[in-house]
Design a binder for this molecule. Structure first.
Ligand SMILES: Cc1ncc(COP(=O)(O)O)c(C=O)c1O
Length: 474
């Protein structure tokens, strides 16, 4: 018979069934509240404000009460799965993915090295996502997101361009990266971390569709070659964060192939749309890239964090990242994931994507992306219909539609201030959630539609809210 002292420590004051039931009720309520837009964003109430100033509790208290407080705090937070969240590149908290996170953290497997069946699931999820976007990946890994995927891919490119540099350092060797001036800042961050230097990032001018110009890339690479600078990689953005522009991957692949330069496609936001009929053509040539970044927590609707980095040749990742350490012997070289990842301890992020493909099928996920593409087009048309609204870019390539409010008679010099105030007022009202951005220095709203819960009515409500609040804001 076990005595109380033999029971595991850290037991809760309620039964497992009770806490699970409470958690399930909280989740079910949240999902119900995400089904439709709610009026306004609630403030954090006074009781919770006081609670958040409490000192470290020495003694435990009711687990059920703590769960209830957590639920209220989350309800009073800005949750991206709500259908009228249009800011940044949001995530949607796909329900099967939430359950995947729960299960993954319950079993808490570590994908640093061989983790049994979980390692096979990660392999299969890598294969499935590659197939979904049409990229012939030989290897890949789940990461915490686009930033780490980009650093991983560019570390790999650096070792390819400058063999041995991971060990010897750059030793004064000048190296460079090439991308559009609207590439995500993680490219610059990668250059800083990898010793290439942010000043060696050639942030090149855009064409009229805000895409990288292949001729400009070719010229920049040739000029660097002539000056003794080693080109490390061209980064094509397949869906820029600011406007959703998709760089011409095929033409950039030609430039890279003729010059022996690595082509990385940062598709963190956009590459999921390569799977769709309306947008697939924009990604032609993707299969020629050396590496690809995709965030399943963006347009595959999963909860954060679920990034994927894919490479064409396993040995490239391995050559750049493999380590021999006494505390992680190579028991199974084929599944020694620390050899191809930046992270050591790595949670089982693949499970939620695997579950999403199992439960919904690729077809339904593709259809949800296509619906968002259609909604971006609807938003573009709605903006065009109102003379008080003005687009800042042409028709959306993917699902971002930057626009601003232009009240009749307002002097041009006052418009930036007006639109910044408008975003502030919209956020205080909280019915729709948008963030401000600047396109060519002009302040605007930059809605992005990447949520499977968003309806056409939600898109129309965004336009109505901008017009209503825009007319009254001062
Ligand atoms: C094109 C692009 N690359 C990289 C990132 C960074 O992704 P994460 O926030 O997952 O690190 C983003 C984020 O929006 C992005 O849009």
């Amino acid at each position: 018979m076990s005595t109380a002292s033999e029971l595991p420590s850290l037991r809760l004051d309620a039964t497992r069934e009770e806490v699970l039931e409470r958690a399930a009720t909280i989740v079910a309520r949240a999902w119900q509240s995400f089904d439709r837009a709610r009026p306004g964003q609630p403030e954090v109430d006074e009781r919770l404000h006081r609670l958040l100033r409490d000192a470290l509790p020495e003694r435990g208290s009711s687990a059920l009460a703590a769960l209830d407080d957590a639920a209220q705090l989350l309800d009073e937070s800005i949750a991206q799965p709500r259908p009228r969240f249009f800011a940044f590149v949001g995530s949607s908290g796909l329900e099967i993915g939430v359950l995947g996170d729960l299960l993954a953290s319950c079993f808490d497997v570590n994908l640093a090295v061989w983790a049994g069946a979980a390692s096979e699931v990660e392999d299969q999820a890598v294969r499935w996502v590659s197939e979904f976007v049409g990229y012939p990946a030989a290897a890949g890994a789940f990461t915490s997101g686009g930033t780490i995927s980009n650093v991983t891919a560019l570390a790999t490119a650096r070792e390819r361009a400058l063999p041995g540099s991971r060990r010897a350092g750059l030793h004064g060797t000048r190296a460079a990266l090439y991308c559009s001036r609207e590439a995500h800042y993680s490219v610059v961050r990668s250059a800083e971390l990898l010793g290439i230097g942010s000043e060696q990032v050639r942030s090149l001018e855009l064409d009229e569709s805000r895409r990288l110009r292949p001729e400009a890339v070719a010229e920049a690479i040739d000029a660097d070659h002539a000056a003794g600078v080693t080109p490390v990689a061209v980064v094509a953005t397949a869906g820029t964060t600011l406007t959703g522009a998709v760089d011409p991957v095929g033409a950039l692949a030609d430039v890279c192939a003729s010059r022996g330069v690595w082509l990385h496609v940062d598709g963190a936001y956009g590459v999921a749309a390569a799977s769709t009929a309306p947008a697939g053509h924009l990604f032609a040539g993707l299969d020629r890239a050396d590496s690809v970044t995709l965030d399943a927590h963006k347009w595959l609707f999963l909860p954060k964090a679920c990034g994927v980095v894919l490479v064409r040749r396993h040995e490239d990742l391995h050559g750049a990242l493999a380590h021999e350490e006494d505390y992680i012997p190579h028991e199974r070289p084929d599944h020694h994931m620390v050899d191809i990842t930046l992270e050591y301890s790595r949670p089982f992020r693949a499970l939620k994507l695997w579950l999403a493909f199992r439960a919904h099928g690729a077809d339904a996920i593709r259809a949800a992306i296509e619906r968002n593409l259609g909604q971006a087009r609807l938003l573009y048309d709605e903006v065009a219909r109102h003379e008080e609204l003005e687009h800042l870019c042409g028709e959306p390539q993917l699902s971002i539609v930057p626009f601003r409010h232009v009240p009749v008679g307002m002097p041009a010099a006052a418009l930036d201030e007006h639109n910044a105030r408008l975003v502030g007022a919209l956020q205080r009202q909280g019915d729709v959630w948008v963030a401000p951005a600047r396109v060519d220095g002009t302040v605007c709203l930059r809605p992005c539609v990447v949520n499977y819960r968003t309806t056409d009515d939600d898109v129309r409500a965004l336009v109505e809210a901008v017009l209503d609040v825009g007319r009254t804001v001062s």
